[in-house]
Design a protein around this ligand. Structure first.
Ligand code: GDP
Ligand code: MG
Length: 442
């Protein structure tokens, strides 16, 4: 796979103290081969390796203490750059309803995505409505109704028995229904074809004109391989879209299509679909995808998912606090520790991450009792100390260490880690929100 190839390449580089031009070129060749094998389109591979090569040969890298590591960082940066840089969130309309239209080839995963989106939006307090504007296949309306009921969302569909119906009219009518029934997000499912064709494009463009969507999401199967570029370009010209959804990322192909589509269209990837279930779905984070491609594991996404499932209330409380400009204190730290424990075995969780098997040794060395030890230390503090860690002078630290059955050094280490987590929270605040992060794990 792409990530296996890159991992091997980087392993060879990491140990090097000095890189010659020949080293860089050998590495670029490997990266190029790995990307092509992963079905990244050739022009995209060329542009990418060109940028990496130029930066890797710069004086900055040559003078770095560990040039190999610098190259890894450059590749990582460039990957994040292609994938869009920042996480792109849904743009909601100032005046509801927000209209989200789905477009893509047949079988790309649009109808499944409609349900996942509705489910995800509901968890965030929205009232989504699904619109069956795919009247091409006999079973399409029925499939959307099944998906809608699984998501617990209302489905607007043409009356049965009224003939084939006009999808543009259905989409238009649905806007009135949403307004009168106070649905605040309307998700319009559309028809696809097995290949690109003009009639399909015209219909999608007509639906777009009829509903004036806030977002048009182009759904593309991550397994599509080299066809990704042509398909994405056809949809960009025919319908245009505001964002991309990669579906079937649970399959073998990891990253190839993502890189091609993002580079060629310049549009952000907004979501990833990773299975047939309602919750096999996540917001797309370019930095985490870059990590995944480089096989550093996608721990943050897992944690975010677990957080969504198990501790939404806690996370909201924390988010409010952060937004109100209050400091993240040790009481919050304690509840985050409890959240981590609730997620069950961290080890098991990490085992779910593709590519983690090569870190077997580190995993086996990871001591879950560390979480208990940290908790014991924080519990040995008084509530005042937890709310105001500045109080923790030497004698208090000695008392806490004794109470927790540990050493002052361990208390100091924890406080160091805590202040890093606090710093991170402050950065997130000034960076304009986002999810409340988890503290750095030991
Ligand atoms: P549409 O024609 O674009 O509406 O595609 P569908 O939503 O009907 O999906 C086509 C097939 O792909 C169905 O069998 C889905 O269950 C399956 N599917 C959709 N998304 C995913 C995904 O993320 N992973 C996997 N493994 N299958 C998916
Ligand atoms: Mg469909």
């Amino acid at each position: 796979s792409l990530s296996d190839r890159l991992t091997t390449t980087f392993k060879n580089l990491r140990g090097k103290g000095r890189l010659s031009e020949a080293d860089v070129d050998a590495t670029i060749r490997e990266i190029r081969r790995a990307l092509l094998d992963a079905d990244v389109a050739l022009p995209v591979v060329r542009a990418f390796t060109g940028r990496v090569r130029e930066r890797a040969l710069s004086a900055e890298v040559a003078q770095a203490l560990n040039p190999g590591q610098q190259v890894v960082k450059i590749v990582n940066d460039e990957l994040i750059g292609i994938l869009g840089g920042e996480t792109r969130r849904v743009h909601f309309a100032k005046r509801p309803p927000t209209v989200i239209m789905l477009a893509g080839l047949q079988g790309a995963g649009k109808t499944t995505l409609a349900g996942k989106l509705a489910h995800w939006l509901k968890a965030d307090g929205h009232r989504p409505m699904l619109v069956a504007a795919d009247l091409q296949r006999p079973n399409a309306v029925n499939q959307l109704e099944v998906v809608g009921s699984r998501a617990g969302a209302y489905v607007y569909a043409p009356e049965p028995g009224n003939g084939v119906g006009d999808p543009v009219q259905v989409a238009k009518d649905s806007m009135e229904v949403a307004k009168s029934k106070l649905y605040d997000v309307v998700i319009v499912d559309t028809a696809g074809r097995l290949g690109i064709d003009e009639e399909l494009m015209r219909q999608a463009a007509d639906i777009r004109a009829a509903v004036d969507p806030d977002e048009v999401l182009f759904v593309i199967d991550a397994m599509i391989g080299q066809d990704a570029v042509a398909t994405a370009e056809a949809f960009q010209q025919g319908v245009d879209f505001t964002g991309v959804v990669l579906s079937k990322l649970d399959g073998d192909s990891r990253g190839g299509a993502a890189l091609s589509v993002a580079e060629v269209t310049g549009k952000p990837i907004m979501f990833a679909s990773t299975g047939e279930g309602m919750t096999d779905f996540e917001q797309f984070h370019p930095d985490r995808m870059a990590d995944r491609i480089l096989d550093m594991g996608d721990i943050l996404t897992l944690i975010e998912q677990a957080e969504r499932t198990f501790d939404k209330k806690e996370a909201e409380k924390l988010q409010k606090k952060v937004e109100a400009g209050e400091d993240f204190d040790l009481n919050d730290f304690l509840s985050q520790m409890a959240a981590i424990k609730k997620m069950g075995s961290l080890k098991k969780m990490m085992g779910m991450i593709p590519g983690m098997s090569q870190y077997r040794e580190q995993l086996d060395n990871f001591d879950e009792r560390e979480v208990d030890r940290i908790e014991a230390i924080v519990r040995s503090m008084t509530p005042q100390e937890r709310a105001n860690p500045k109080l923790l002078n030497g004698s208090r630290r000695a008392r806490i260490a004794k109470g927790a059955g540990t050493t002052v050094t361990a208390v100091n280490q924890l406080m160091e880690r805590f202040s890093q987590a606090q710093k991170m929270m402050r950065q997130m605040r000034s960076g304009g929100g986002g999810m409340p992060g988890m503290p750095q794990m030991p």
